[in-house]
Write a protein that binds this ligand. Structure first.
Ligand code: GLC
Ligand code: CA
Length: 596
């Protein structure tokens, strides 16, 4: 059966041949080379971009079944654009049994029926492009779902053509998985153990097999041919495992085995192969790099092993925890500043930072580094603290209205595999209340509650009961209410992005931190030539005097942004005090300074 469809893309006619093959849809590469090939330099758009991240299941329900989908996304594209956003990163949209909500993929070249289909995706993609937004997909190639065709074949036996697509052993080693118990699971059919660094239903692919790498390149081409602009690459620094899979340090759970697969022996060879495909299209590649050091990150980001344009680092996400949110400790601003500054300084002139405070893997930032009591103040102070750093900002859905953590009354209401695993595996001797508290402060489910669009029934997310719990604070915290309020967090994000957009200094200027040992104030500068912006943000819950560094005392500047409208200083000239600046709780400002 053969069918030819014609898709419109940015004004050009692109012909793509679609045909049905063994019951599933495949799209063949049928583009004339040269049409889709961009010069490498064109990829630099990412440096001026601002990304919005969509975890589609909880974004907006467009077809009335309580589940977010691409119909809902389509309707909200103008809203996303109105923020000043110029690119979208979609979390996995592919068919998946959802053991890890999309990160267990059962078909890389299709759309999950809950979210729509390939046609609807293409509609969203074209509309986003028309509105001036690029689109990148999530590429999850460290593992598949155990329901992927490759795995179903592979488990059949050693003679199967897919036998070596996964990592099979007669005896497991001592590695722990990151999401669910041992990293090995026995498969009855095959009579061997398979490796899964994440959940049991996420068997790791054997990237040492050249056939697997060819499959990856076909996946890249499939989406690039359709017109997507790049990829966010899931746990990409884990895909090459050390030969022989030696035991890790047994008494250190998870971390103890990471040295055998993090930034592994062949990683840069494999990354080079994928980069070559992306280079044909000028596609952007952004890698997720859990636990990566700056030294290792720079190997992906620069020099002759350059394979990625940006990397998501994790250092600044542990200012209130150790390695992972589950091991909670009180937030310390100094830890946050130190991590940020380290990446800002070390990448200067060599590589480009990605900037984020939230995503689908972390609880909400106001509940962590800010204060729910000072909701608006801390939400905007946090925005000032990262949107003007050097790099490309990412905003996670709901962050722009300051959504906060949900606190469900029982572990049985949680659905995230890692929260459930943590609850039933660790701290078993503690009482239930404190065990649940650990989940409240750490669960990824907090970032996965439906987006709060208005105060109506089901928060405007859907007109039927949503698939997951709404945060009960939606009546107060929602998009519609914040649209009405000139000084809302939402409108503050808009103002920040507008300021960034028109300033070369805020894009290309050098970063410098001041008063780095101050426990409550984050102060940094971005400077290009004689022009500079200075951000001052207090993280204190009370009013505090802040003594400025000497060189700024008495200096004349202009207040570009302020998060205390009642002070009425925004847009005005200000002579910086010689003694101290009195800062209200979570007061933050962006100052424009001219050097002579
Ligand atoms: C990444 C994803 C996370 C997922 C994991 C395994 O860290 O962001 O959501 O659970 O990889 O795919
Ligand atoms: Ca739906």
């Amino acid at each position: 059966m053969q069918e030819v469809r014609v898709w419109m893309m940015s004004g050009r006619m692109q012909e793509v041949r679609v045909w049905m093959m063994s019951g599933r849809m495949k799209v063949a590469r049928k583009w004339k080379r040269g049409v889709s090939v961009l010069k490498k330099a064109d990829r630099d758009w990412y440096k001026t971009a601002v990304f919005y991240q969509i975890w589609v299941r909880s974004f907006a329900d467009g077809n009335h079944d309580g589940i977010g989908d691409l119909y809902g996304v389509y309707e909200k594209l103008p809203y996303i654009r109105s923020l000043g956003v110029t690119a979208i990163w979609f979390n996995p949209l592919y068919p998946s049994p959802n053991a890890d909500f999309g990160y267990d993929i059962s078909d890389y070249c299709d759309i999950h029926p809950d979210y729509g289909d390939l046609d609807q995706f293409k509609k969203v993609l074209d509309r986003a492009h028309e509105l001036g937004m690029k689109v990148i997909m999530d590429l999850v190639i460290n593992h598949t779902s155990d329901e992927h065709k490759w795995f179903k074949e592979s488990r059949k036996g050693k003679d199967n053509p897919y036998s070596d697509y996964y990592i099979w052993r007669d005896e497991p080693n001592n590695w722990d998985s990151i999401l669910e118990g041992s990293a090995w699971e026995y498969d009855e059919t095959r009579g061997q153990y398979y490796l899964h660094l994440f959940a049991k239903k996420q068997p790791d692919l054997n990237m040492d097999n050249p056939k697997v790498r060819e499959e990856v390149k076909n996946i890249l081409r499939f989406w690039l041919d359709m017109g997507v602009d790049g990829f966010r690459e899931d746990v990409i620094n884990f895909i090459s495992k050390r030969e022989g899979l030696p035991n890790g340090i047994g008494f250190l759970p998870i971390i103890g085995s990471m040295m055998h697969y993090k930034d592994g022996p062949h990683i840069h060879e494999y990354m080079k192969e994928f980069r070559e495909v992306c280079d044909e299209y000028g596609a952007v590649q952004i890698g997720e790099g859990p636990m990566t050091t700056i030294g290792n990150a720079l190997k992906y980001l620069s020099g002759n092993t350059k394979s990625l344009d940006m990397m998501f680092s994790f250092d600044h996400m542990t200012a209130d925890c150790l390695f992972t949110e589950y091991i909670h400790r009180p937030f310390k601003l100094i830890r946050f500043k130190k991590a940020i500054s380290k990446w800002q300084y070390k990448l200067e002139g060599k590589a480009w930072n990605s900037l984020y405070l939230e995503n689908h893997d972390h609880p909400r930032i106001i509940s962590r580094y800010g204060s729910e009591k000072f909701h608006k103040e801390s939400g905007t102070a946090l925005a000032f603290s990262y949107l003007f750093l050097k790099g490309t900002p990412f905003i996670y859905q709901g962050q722009e209205i300051g959504m906060t953590n949900i606190r469900l009354s029982s572990i049985h209401k949680y659905i995230d595999v890692s929260s459930i695993n943590n609850y039933f595996k660790y701290h078993l001797k503690d009482d239930e209340k404190s065990r649940l508290h650990r989940i409240h402060v750490s669960s990824r489910d907090s970032s996965r509650t439906p987006v709060q669009w208005n105060s109506g029934r089901y928060a405007g997310f859907s007109d039927v009961k949503p698939w997951f719990y709404l945060n009960p604070n939606y009546k107060k915290i929602n998009v519609a209410a914040q649209e009405e309020d000139k000084y809302s967090i939402l409108n503050c994000y808009r103002e920040c992005l507008a300021l960034r957009r028109k300033s070369k200094t805020l894009i290309y200027g050098e970063y410098r931190e001041y008063e780095k040992n101050h426990p409550y104030v984050y102060m940094y500068e971005r400077r290009l030539g004689n022009n500079a912006y200075i951000v001052i943000a207090s993280f204190a819950k009370e009013k505090i005097p802040f003594v400025l560094p000497e060189k700024f005392r008495g200096h004349v500047c202009e207040v570009a942004l302020s998060n205390y409208p009642e002070k009425d200083i925004a847009g005005k000239r200000m002579i910086l005090p010689k003694d101290f600046l009195m800062l209200e709780p979570y007061e933050a400002m962006v100052l424009r300074v001219k050097y002579k």
